[in-house]
Ligand binder design. Structure first.
Ligand code: PEP
Ligand code: MG
Length: 562
């Protein structure tokens, strides 16, 4: 949406996903090699296949070296992603496929494209983590083509001064090496609140706005003021005013760093601030943040690269690592396998579903394969016994009260506390009846938004719909929280909505009793909550529920809580 600012400079607006104010020149990530350069290159005019293969080798070496250099200055998961991309660019199998295509008479660019497509097909069939590498393969192809035709590689330029990174969308390999010292904000034309860009920005604590229509009309070098709370982008603002806003924001953010928990409003209403974790390593890292436990352990993420179901003992060892990290700190909510749809797990997921998001995913996998669930529950119970950690267990993708009741009795028979996720509108509408059969509910706003708005959470063009501030989504959250209040049972939020400090306050005003999020978001959320009273949270909830759309809801809550 383009609106007119008071200075008549066109402002841009998108979906804000990480709060904070930033100001700097736009650096534009180029997504594609220019069509003109490719057309001018044609078949490359090589004398023979060997000449074309030598050109490929030179390009592959340059691309691989570029990734390797970036990997050296990155750490953790980022370094791994970049190192793996360097390996793919140098892969002997890829080179062999290019050579075969050249010998079959294809011009070089076609030979490279077909070789990459062959790998894409293989990786997609393998599923899981390998399927996720498809984005990286396509990124490598663009880089190879750019090198071959003599253009700079597409992707993220390394800015020489603190800059706002502007892109259509960002691939994992683009964001893996980002340095928050020089990239002060991320802004994308596509992507939603759960996109890869949003998740990385949240981890790095960089202000971020996604789904900004007409963003790519902004020229490189344009000075941009980015507000990650309102979603507003102002090109060429008054420079002094922009610097003042950035300085005020830096002061506010520095104050957040001192928040050390436990979660509570300014007038003392306790609200548990919890972490979302994926494995032992992320749990140990989360345990160093000011959180009171784990609100969501996504167990399926431990098995994305497994073709066979791990034994009960092996599963127990994996869960033990996570439970042990929080033994002294608080409780851990373990979610049973949420395989399927965007998280295929080879040994659990059904192949060839027409519409996997509405298919046999999450708890539904246990209908045809009850052993899968019972073996996982045995393993969780064994890990709970081994560690002594207070362990709650919940099921994903629950649609009926009968499903909740069956799941709860299976969990309770192992001596553990049982709950279900509220991700399907039917579960929210019947939350009061769900709570008759379970001990707690946890609202997964990512999927609840997807299913309420009938908008694929991975769709890059639907950010305005895949927004948890949508009034219809908030209504369902409010219904669920009110059911919890009446039953006197905990109702948490563990979707990305909990990581949004403003929305978190409104959720508490609706009656939500815990907020679970990426550990990096705990301080901003906890500090914001500590700055407002319970009454203010309730007013914020009412205002958000009454608003006509997400932008109006954000503006109303911001005005009330500032
Ligand atoms: C959710 O749907 O909000 C949720 C927390 O589950 P996931 O993101 O893992 O689907
Ligand atoms: Mg979900």
């Amino acid at each position: 949406m383009v609106t007119d600012s008071p200075s008549s400079v066109p402002e841009l607006r998108g979906t804000p996903v990480v709060p904070g104010v930033a100001y700097g020149p736009a650096v534009v990530a180029r997504g594609e090699v220019s069509a003109e350069a490719v057309a001018a290159f044609g078949d490359g005019g090589y004398a023979d296949d060997e000449g074309a293969l030598a050109a490929f080798d030179a390009a592959a070496a340059e691309v691989a070296d570029g990734f390797a250099t970036k990997a050296e200055s990155a750490t953790g998961a980022a370094a791994e992603v970049l190192g793996a991309s360097a390996g793919l660019a140098r892969d002997r199998g890829l080179r062999g496929a290019v050579r075969k295509n050249l010998r079959g008479g294809s011009p070089l660019l076609v030979a490279v494209h077909d070789a990459v497509e062959q790998f894409v097909g293989t990786f997609t069939k393998m599923g899981g983590l390998m399927a996720e590498r498809v984005t990286d393969l396509r990124d490598i192809e663009k880089r190879l083509v750019a090198r071959i035709v003599g253009e700079p590689e597409p992707g993220v330029p390394t800015p020489s001064e603190p800059s706002v990174l502007v892109a259509e969308d960002l691939a994992p390999a683009d964001t893996a090496g980002l340095d928050p010292a020089v990239v002060v904000a991320l802004v994308t034309e596509r992507g939603g609140p759960t996109s890869h860009t949003a998740i990385i920005a949240r981890q790095l604590g960089i202000p971020c706005v996604v789904g900004v229509a007409d963003l790519l009309a902004v020229e490189a070098g344009t000075l941009l003021l980015v507000d990650g709370t309102t979603g507003l982008l102002t090109p060429d603002p008054d420079a002094d005013e922009a610097r003042r806003l950035v300085a005020d924001d830096a002061e506010r953010r520095a104050a957040l760093e001192t928040w050390s928990g436990p979660g509570a409003t300014a007038d003392g209403l306790a609200v548990k601030v919890l972490a979302n974790v994926a494995d032992g390593e992320s749990a140990r890292s989360a345990a160093t943040a000011p959180v009171e436990g784990v609100g969501l352990f996504r167990t399926e993420l431990c098995f994305l690269n497994r073709s066979e179901e791990p034994s009960v003992d092996e599963q127990a060892a994996i869960y033990t690592e996570v439970l042990a990290a929080f033994g002294d700190v608080g409780h851990v909510v373990v979610r049973t396998l949420d395989a399927g749809s965007d998280k295929p797990v080879a040994f659990a997921t059904l192949a060839g579903e027409e519409n996997p998001a509405l298919g046999v995913r999450g708890l539904r996998l246990s209908f045809g394969n009850p052993g899968l669930l019972s073996r996982q529950l045995d393993a969780i119970a064994a890990a709970a016994r081994a560690t002594g950690t207070e362990t709650w267990v919940m099921a994903p993708m629950v649609a009926t009260v009968a499903e909740a009741a069956d799941f709860a009795s299976a969990v309770r028979s192992r001596g553990l506390k049982a709950g279900v996720m509220v991700e399907v509108p039917s579960a929210a509408l019947l939350a009061h009846r769900m709570l008759e059969v379970v001990d707690f509910l946890s609202i997964g706003t990512n999927d609840l938004t997807q299913y309420t708005m009938a908008a694929d959470r991975m769709a890059t063009d639907l950010a305005h719909l895949t927004d948890p501030w949508q009034p219809a989504v908030l209504q369902l959250v409010a219904i669920t929280a009110e059911a919890g209040r009446q039953a006197g049972k905990p109702v948490g939020v563990c979707g990305e909505a909990a990581a949004d400090p403003l929305l978190a306050c409104a959720l508490v005003g609706m009656g939500v009793t815990s907020l679970s999020m990426a550990a990096a978001a705990a301080r901003p959320v906890g500090a914001r909550l500590a700055s407002v009273t319970h009454d203010q949270c309730e007013e914020a909830a009412e205002a958000a529920l009454a608003a006509a759309d997400p932008a109006a809801a954000r503006a109303a809550v911001l005005a009330l809580l500032s």
